[in-house]
Write a protein that binds this ligand. Sequence first.
Ligand SMILES: O=c1ccn([C@@H]2O[C@H](COP(=O)(O)OP(=O)(O)O[C@H]3O[C@H](CO)[C@@H](O)[C@H](O)[C@H]3O)[C@@H](O)[C@H]2O)c(=O)[nH]1
Ligand SMILES: [Mn+2]
Length: 732
Amino acid sequence: MATNTAATTAGKHQLHTQRLLRRTYFNRAFAVVYSLALLALLYRQALSLVGPISLASISMLIADLVLVFVWIASQACRMKLISREVYVENLHKVITSKEDFLGLDIFICTADPFKEPPLNVVNTALSVMAYDYPPEKLSVYVSDDGGSELTLFAFMEAAKFGRFWLPFCKRNNVMDRCPDAYFKLNYSPSPEAQTIKDMYEKMRMKIESVMEKGKVTDEYITSEEELQAFSQWKDGIFTRQQHPSVIQVLLEGSKDKDIEGNPMPNLVYISREKSKASPHHFKAGALNTLLRVSAVMTNAPIILTLDCDMYSNDPKTAQRVLCFIMDPPYPKLGYIQFPQIYHGLNKADTYAAELRQIFQINPMGLDGIRHVNYVGTGCFFNRRVFFGGPSSLIPLEIQELRPDYVVKQPIKSEQVMNLAHQVAGCNYDEDHTDWGSKIGLKYGSVVEDFYTGYRLQCEGWHSIFYHPKRPAFLGDVPISLHDSLSQNKRWAVGLLEVGLSKYSPVTFGVKAMGIFAASTYAHYALWPIWSIPITIYAFIPQLSMLNNIPVFPKVSDPWFFLYSFLFLGAYGQQLLDFILSQSTIGRWWSDQRFWLLRGLTSHLFATFEVLTKSLGINIATQGFNVTSKVIDDEQGKRYDQGIFEFGVASPMFVPMSMAAILNLVASIYGFLVINFDGFFAQMFLAGFGVLNSLPILEAMILRSDKGRMPTKVTIISAFLVLVIYGASLLVL
Ligand SMILES: O=c1ccn([C@@H]2O[C@H](COP(=O)(O)OP(=O)(O)O[C@H]3O[C@H](CO)[C@@H](O)[C@H](O)[C@H]3O)[C@@H](O)[C@H]2O)c(=O)[nH]1
Ligand SMILES: [Mn+2]
């Protein structure tokens, strides 16, 4: 990725360092002790197979086997945690002139103007257009899968505002270069800042009023070029699912200047061609279109992929990335992943949306083994990775798409524009079948990020994780339970699609990347199978207790100690991870609660959906349903107070509510009737279940606001609890 000379110069000036975290040693020692305990558990379970077998004991055995499997598979993430630092102040010693900066193409995806307000999308774009990076080397490509003139309008306005915003940020060394974040958080009202703010407000009002009208009316169109652009949205012909490709170059670096006369970065709006007859492969398809269009226009060697809801929070990020690229720690460095970090989380992170373990803690361990997974946004790629393994460049029919092709024509030239339209066509992928399989982002899973990263690693590319102190990017999270669970379900379906495909990490992955690295990918791809032990643990011990059947050792039995250790050990290690990564006990508690809730909702439904599909039964699947980023005021208020938002009568709420009711009944029964010695573990489990279910019980019984549990769900759940209790009398 780096030129040879630059790499040698970099040798003299340290650009980055890495350090092994001390907790690695603790993790290793703990893994040894915990494995021994798991062996003991398996031994005890084997012994129990000799005696009489019941449905309860078989279920508990299955639950424990799954838990043992996921525990083993997750260990590779914990064995070598590293953290990295960069010395961006040394970069100028290696890159001495503007020309030496590598080109950077930034891809931003948006898919629906009503779920992803265009004002937010342009904020994201402005935040990266204003990077401290030579604008001549910077291009921003926006993919609009919503095919919306509203989004294009917002970008036209942003291009105009950007001419003021970029020099303002650079001259005043503003840190928050996302205008919305700047004016909300940080803004020191100098007269200059006030003028810029007024301009921003004007732009906001224009964009919002166009949004309200639902179309761009003549009064907003100021030039012939704009008129021509919007004329592409002809009534009736142009729909979201069926339309020709639209490519608008809104800023052309070599011609357009900011108000101080400096060049602007390129800004290109693209809505790829859509047809109901050809699959569009969701975000992976969008990114592949951007890969091709950008190749034709600028073909920068570095690519940053960003979701429209994730803005830049640090103007030096691209330079920090260069520190790695100019002096790569490994020769086959394919990408540099930044963590997904969110703004607007409430204090306890009610829906555990932060996913600290997955986005911040595990990646340090994956970095230790060079196999960080790609999480869809905040990731800088070497363009070359999309065209085959490190030593096998896949031939392309169109020379202009090759990663080493040097663009000679200006962006707006007829030749470039024609080719750009051609490669943004909806049949392009199908006619050139390597796209999505060997070239570009991979098709076949709705978690195109996880799948693509995994396949790149199988091809031999390595990756690193970089978590700077000031977050490089900040994103949005869903703030209602249903949105959060739907998002989780989509991920779970996508992960299982990978886990059960012919490229499964369990089979293909082990061969391609070795068992150690493959186990981490298997652990993620099979993440939803957590629903099996969680569902069993939420129902079977409780139903057994109601039938006076013990399923765990007595308190006086030495095996009891083993169960306590396994439970406390796993929980304790998780808590320690949270504390050591500067989180809070409140967030840890939410995280463990949500872990359980996912098992009873999104993961359970996803497992069911994927399994029935693989058996050939096709129930309606949703594909990639985009998460809504629009916040309803009342909902927002409840979220800030940490109150769960149910509201809609989702089928996913049923198993969760059933577990809440059953655990409550079992706790009361246990408390009143049962002998302590024999049933302590079951009583404890039911009590723990109730503690975790408090927000659900409260929403069913005490609340009257709009976010309460719909009565229908409560009634169905209570009825089903009666049914399974009745069944338990017969089968347990
Ligand atoms: O057909 C589609 C669907 C989605 N998107 C874009 O994909 C991004 C992510 O969508 P979002 O609804 O925000 O999903 P999340 O679940 O928040 O996204 C996470 O999970 C996705 C995989 O499911 C990854 O692609 C994302 O990078 C990752 O942040 C957004 O910018 C969308 O505009 C498209 O461009 N085309
Ligand atoms: Mn998102």
